[in-house]
Design a protein around this ligand. Structure first.
Ligand code: AGP
Length: 608
């Protein structure tokens, strides 16, 4: 998944491109490049992180008010300067930046080679740049050349092209799959993969639809749909202020976002519960009550951390609304030929709304007649556009690759969905179910007060090579999430297990070098987890406990006791995960890892 930006207007384009790429670096950072358009196409590229490109640009003559920029997460061709975008065609008149994968690039490359085009990279993108040049021929109509190119492509793309052929200051764009948006300015136009790159320049954006192409000039834009009809697309005003994007005084985005969770939960709840009448209001769900009453099964579809929130969501929906829930990895769902009809509600859960595997699963459910809902954090993202309805998590931009505030607000959104389903299906709700929601931000704020203690624990345990995370029932997904956080931030191997599974294998791993994080909360299962903790201690294992119990009750079972506020079992996971996020963060920092941009990862994986 890559980050792309573009600009045509009156500003000095290089600072804009670099600033935009800086905000998109979380989308991929193994190489970066820019092109400034004058009489010639002047490109500057560098392997590695954006800082290498910035260094290269110091003292460089590249200057102008029209250009493109790209930060790469390699798909075709290893990370290198020659595979960095922008790609220039072999005639030197077209520059292209691209996010996605072109699946039929090889036959196209052979066809172009026979026509005399030459290639200097291993990328699919360079093939597209030459294809545009081929369609451009001796002509000057860049958008027509790009539209003709799109017809020949199989695969996913969000791309932008410029050319010196026409002498026009214009950018042609096309989108099929990965996100691409236009930023509307005053006598200037912007483009980007993600609003975060534009917020300091304009809050008026247009999300291109799949199949759309567009042409930007300083005096405006034109958009065509996949059938070549000129169309209007809604200009959306985004209310994320640029300050939100900055680190706000925190060392890393991840820590900032961990601490933003009380506010994010507050914002996600706002306007969705009428505490007077006890009503849940999900206005964007856009599925009428009669349809929801007919739903007999729910499929929760997601990847990674969002899949963990789906596992918690299953407990919530089944416990409250008594509707059977199946949870599937986005990457697996469509291969099991799922049994779906109009009695199924499929819910895609995705922070970015652009995860290709989740989108594919959502499409698979819709093709089979299911109703489609998205739980998503990004306005106008693909998941929200293919769904019948949306429950937005209002967590604000999540820049850290490791998902934190998106996760807890997803849990809140799924809880709201469970309550809403009860409401439309006439299931009586205990008023405490709502009043506890109002208390959730405060409870998370209290859980954040364990930060200093967790930081000290991180110092004692950061040398461990492996970790085990244990949880039971609704806290088993939290054990999985805690393990994933640690893995992706500190590169330490960690596994999450149902605590009851210990005796069926993992207990063989226990020794003094393998710390076990045990989540011992909730009425029914804490005692059972305590006996698992005893089994670990009896084998010289060290135990880090997350508990709502009095430390005195736990001291014989654990070496470290992290106390979190007690909530009802169904909402307890929201606070239980907080110390696990902090533990992963502080171990990662102590190990000197790049916690905001861990190696090999990208914030949203828009390729399958
Ligand atoms: C979580 O910390 C990871 N960044 C990753 O597992 C992520 O949750 C997954 O890629 C799904 O992303 P999405 O929520 O944007 O769909």
């Amino acid at each position: 998944m890559c980050g792309i930006v573009g600009y045509v207007g009156h500003r000095d384009v290089v600072p804009f491109l670099i600033d935009g790429l800086q905000r998109l670096e979380y989308r991929g950072y193994d190489s970066a490049g820019i092109v400034v358009v004058g009489d010639q196409l002047e490109t500057v590229k560098a392997e590695g992180k954006l800082g290498n490109l910035k260094e290269k640009l110091n003292g460089h003559s590249a200057a102008g008010s029209f250009g493109l920029g790209h930060t790469r997460w390699a798909t075709h061709g290893p990370p290198s300067e020659r595979n960095a975008h922008p790609m220039i065609d072999s005639t030197g008149k077209v520059a292209l930046i691209h996010n996605g994968i072109i699946e039929n690039f090889l036959p196209l490359k052979h066809k172009l080679t026979e026509k005399g085009f030459t290639f200097s990279s291993d990328t699919d993108t360079e093939v597209v740049a030459n294809l545009i040049a081929d369609h451009l021929g001796s002509g000057e109509d860049l958008i027509a050349a790009l539209q003709a190119t799109c017809v020949e492509l199989d695969g996913m793309y969000a791309f932008a092209a410029v050319s010196t052929a026409s002498g026009q200051r214009e950018i042609a764009m096309g989108r099929q799959g990965p996100p691409l948006l236009i930023g509307v300015g005053q006598d200037e136009m912007f483009l980007a993969s993600d609003p975060a790159a534009l917020l300091s320049y304009t809050q008026d954006v247009i999300f291109l639809e799949n199949g759309d192409t567009a042409l930007l000039r300083t005096d405006g834009y034109k958009i065509w749909d996949g059938d070549g009809n000129e169309v209007e697309r809604k200009v959306q005003r985004l209310h994320w202020d640029p300050v939100q994007i900055e680190k706000g005084g925190y060392k890393h985005f991840m820590l900032k976002e961990i601490h933003e969770q009380p506010q994010a939960l507050q914002d996600t709840l706002a306007g969705r519960v009428d505490f007077e009448s006890g009503k849940v209001i999900l206005d964007a769900i856009d599925l009428d009550e009669a349809t929801l009453r007919k739903i007999e099964r729910i499929h929760l579809l997601a990847c990674g951390t969002s899949w963990h929130s789906a596992l918690v969501g299953k407990f919530m929906i089944e416990a409250l609304a008594r509707i059977p829930v199946a949870v599937d990895y986005g990457s697996e769902y469509r291969y099991r030929d799922p049994i779906v009809d109009n009695r199924v509600l499929a819910v895609g859960i995705s922070q970015s709304g652009e995860t290709a595997d989740t989108l594919a699963a959502m499409e698979a459910a819709r093709e089979r007649g299911g109703h489609l809902l998205a739980v998503c954090n990004v306005v106008g993202s693909q998941a929200t556009r293919i769904s019948d309805g949306v429950i937005y998590t209002h967590a604000g931009p999540e820049i850290g690759v490791a998902s934190t505030k998106a996760f807890t607000t997803q849990l809140e959104a799924l809880y709201l969905l469970a309550l809403y389903l009860c409401q439309v299906r006439g299931i009586e709700l205990d008023p405490s179910r709502l009043s506890e929601l109002a208390h959730l931000p405060q409870a998370v704020a209290e859980a954040l007060e364990t930060e200093a203690q967790v930081k000290a624990i991180a110092k004692r345990y950061h040398r461990a090579q492996d970790f085990l995370y244990l949880g039971r029932s609704i806290n088993y997904p939290i054990a999985l999430e805690g393990a994933l956080k640690l893995k992706e931030i500190s590169y330490i191997h960690a596994e999450g297990y149902p605590a009851g599974e210990m005796k069926h294998g993992p207990i063989a791993l226990i020794d003094e070098d393998l710390p076990t994080v045990a989540i011992a909360t909730g009425d029914k299962v804490a005692e059972k987890v305590q006996s698992n903790m005893q089994q670990v201690k009896a084998r010289d294992g060290r135990v880090i406990a997350v508990t709502d119990r009095d430390p005195g009750e736990m001291s014989e079972f654990a070496d470290e006791i992290i106390r979190v506020p007690r909530l009802s079992a169904i909402l307890q996971p929201v606070v239980n995960v907080i110390p696990l996020q902090l533990l992963a963060y502080y171990i990662g920092v102590r190990l000197g890892c790049d916690v905001d941009q861990p190696r090999n990862l990208a914030k949203s994986v828009t390729v399958e």
